[in-house]
Design a protein around this ligand. Sequence first.
Ligand SMILES: C[S@@+](CC[C@H](N)C(=O)[O-])C[C@H]1O[C@@H](n2cnc3c(N)ncnc32)[C@H](O)[C@@H]1O
Length: 165
Amino acid sequence: MDLGAGNQKLRKYIPDNCDYVPVDCTDKLANTFVVDFNDEFRLPEGKFDVIVSLGFVEYLVDLDDFMDKLSTHSDGTFFLFTYAYFKDNPGKGKFKKLNKLRTFDEVQEKFSNYLEDLRPILHLKKAALFSGTLTSKRTNKPTLTKSLNDSLPLPKFRDYLFTRR
Ligand SMILES: C[S@@+](CC[C@H](N)C(=O)[O-])C[C@H]1O[C@@H](n2cnc3c(N)ncnc32)[C@H](O)[C@@H]1O
């Protein structure tokens, strides 16, 4: 399940033998499950192996309420998400980017409430990619492990990430 799927860029990376379920507040592409999470919490039926959120949670007005509901609803599900922690242009439309958390540590602290095994996969200057397992237990214990930064020459890797092909 891809939350805030937008134009479903992720779909092409999903193997044919996996179902891909896009969720967004606008039906930019067919088959999108449409819901505005600032108005209500509703998800497609079924149990998902992985929930992905890329460039989406920064838009939520009440991130705690959303994560509380998501982690309770999908307790035990693997969650992969990005967060961009800088002040950004919020955009002009109805759905504004808020980026309320401004540092890597703030993001880590916030999401530790809702995820076990919170792991920064990649930690860049202004954004990070994390994984973890959604949990309804509120232990708030960060369980951070090493990220790719510890094992890769980051400047080179960052150039690679931001190079358009
Ligand atoms: C920056 S785009 C990311 C799109 C896609 N995940 C990607 O990586 O290319 C953010 C997406 O979140 C969706 N979105 C923003 N606010 C939302 C809300 N309140 N409820 C549901 N979707 C929302 C937007 O419509 C948009 O498609």
